[in-house]
Design a protein. Structure first.
Length: 510
């Protein structure tokens, strides 16, 4: 077996995804053949691999950090929330049903441990190193018995564990100590040490605390990563990254034209793949914001209805808040509106849903001449086409099947035959996620939006979204290389946790 490491965290959003991606990029730059792995992910932001499997977007980005194609092996279990109590379970890239949290943790999850260990073993048989990411905290003592993503996978594969803590939140020393002290003796044996994330200031002032932590736990700190703007990768279940427009956050490039372009994204319930708009935020002079009030659409040059895991619920939400009427007024006035996936379905005439909401026929907004029927089978593809005279690549993740009754095709093949979507006036709809990452198409689309809005906005001629992603991943690799003890990290990956690590009482409750 190859080397391996599990990156755990004291909390959710401690920086596990970023640190995992950074370690992956550092290793691949050293000539190491490396792969990412997350046994179980809960996210509404997902991606489709070339073999037609659905995985979390964070793992797809980590694969990019490794410079390898993502596969279902890298994220064998994906949970897609569909409400307060249930999620769709995606196993090895394919949906296998809906389950309540109690049903999943009550038995199904534990049965998947063999599957995820098999996937990890297959990766470790192919790559020099596999960098695994945990979920939440490894000290979730109420879930330890059925855990397959933190200490469950570490124990099953004998992986050393690096615990990441976000010092920007405060209380990082207590979080490190408490995380270890709430684990069983067998789990503690694998916790090799700590990594401090998002530190601001003089590291020398932190060192006395790190020394005391070592004395209390017998475990060293493998690095102190400084706070840096714009270092996130695609979020799993939060809005923080897209709200900041992280791919451009540290760049102060002014607009190319005389005006900026204002884009309002309706923050619908169960919003999925909101990372679609990151490509818009990457453009100098484009201002993206998420909104939930009709008044916030008034000055927008483009309104985006994003994807959602609850299309009918999102439709009700738009109507309750008055946003539906505001969108209808915009469309009637010829002001730009874009619907993506679930947002496209909202713009249609009606929806036949016996899959998500099971409410049967529901009237849509009626802006586009499209009728949607939800199929049991999920569409998972990576299509290529043309739109607005430019090449477009995307990926599809949806149960809804669109029957287009009129309007113009939005995306076509090389012969002009419709592939997807519909356009009426200045309202566009498409099932394709990721289409705005195609630079030429994005620029052409923004030019149309600017013309319709009367804005003297000009898209930059040299913005490469893929290039910005690569720069971002290299910055993560730089962070590890410059601020972590990489020699010690490599020994950890290659040889496992140090022997003789002390037990910290009280340990896991009996």
């Amino acid at each position: 077996m190859s080397g391996g490491l599990l990156v755990a965290g004291t909390t959710s959003d401690a920086g596990k995804s970023v640190v995992t991606a950074g370690i992956c990029r550092w290793l691949v730059r050293q000539g190491v053949k490396v792969a990412p792995f997350k046994a179980q992910n809960m996210s509404l932001n997902s991606f489709v691999t070339t073999e037609g499997a659905e995985i979390g977007r964070a793992q797809a980005m980590q694969a990019q950090a490794c410079r390898v194609e993502p596969t279902a092996l890298m994220n064998p279990v994906l949970l897609k929330p569909g409400g307060e109590q249930s999620s769709q379970v995606v196993l090895l890239g394919k949906p296998v049903g809906e389950m309540t949290a109690r049903g999943y943790h009550g038995g199904r999850q534990q049965k998947l441990l063999g599957t995820v260990l098999d996937c990890l073993a297959e990766l470790r048989g192919t790559y020099d190193a596999v960098i695994c990411e945990g979920a939440g905290s490894p000290a979730e003592i109420n879930l330890r018995r059925t855990d397959i993503v933190n200490m469950g996978i570490a124990r099953g594969a004998r992986l050393p564990v690096l615990v990441v803590g976000d010092i920007d939140r405060g209380g990082v020393f207590a979080s490190f100590f408490g995380t270890v002290a709430l684990l069983s003796p067998e789990d503690q044996e694998l916790v090799a040490g700590f990594l401090v994330n998002k530190f601001r200031g003089d590291v020398s002032l932190l060192e006395p605390g790190l020394d005391m932590l070592h004395g209390l736990t017998g475990r060293r700190t493998y690095g102190v990563l400084p706070f840096r703007h714009g270092l996130g990768i695609d979020e799993e279940d939060g809005l923080r990254v897209s709200l900041r427009g992280t791919v451009r956050e540290s760049n102060t490039a002014p607009p190319v034209g005389e005006d900026v372009l204002r884009i309002a994204v309706c923050a619908v319930p169960l919003m999925s793949n909101f990372t679609d708009v990151d490509a818009l935020a990457a453009e100098p002079g484009v201002v993206v914001r998420f909104v939930d009030r009709p008044e916030e659409l008034a000055d927008a040059d483009l309104v985006v209805l994003p994807g959602t895991r609850g299309t009918v619920r999102a439709l009700e939400w738009l109507r309750e808040r008055g946003l539906a009427d505001a969108v209808l007024r915009r469309a009637a006035e010829g002001r730009p509106v874009l619907g993506i996936c679930g947002g496209y379905q909202l713009l249609g005439e009606h929806i036949e849903d016996e899959v998500e909401s099971r409410l049967g026929r529901v009237e849509g907004l009626g802006v586009l001449p499209v009728r949607v029927r939800f199929a049991r089978e999920k569409t998972l593809t990576r299509p290529v086409g043309q739109a607005l005279g430019e090449r477009v690549e995307g990926y599809e993740i949806h149960h809804g099947v669109a029957d287009v009754q009129g309007g113009e095709a939005f995306i076509s093949d090389e012969h002009g035959h419709s592939l997807d979507g519909c356009r009426v006036g200045r309202t566009w709809g498409t099932h394709w996620h990721g289409s705005l990452e195609s630079d030429g198409f994005r620029r052409a689309f923004l030019r149309e939006v600017a013309a319709a809005a009367g804005r003297r906005f000009v898209p930059a001629a040299d913005t490469s979204f893929a290039g910005l992603r690569e720069e971002q991943l290299d910055r993560l690799g730089d962070l590890i290389e410059q601020h972590a003890d990489t020699d010690a990290l490599w020994r950890l990956i290659e040889s496992g946790a140090p022997q003789g690590l002390p037990f910290i009482p009280p340990g896991a409750p009996a």
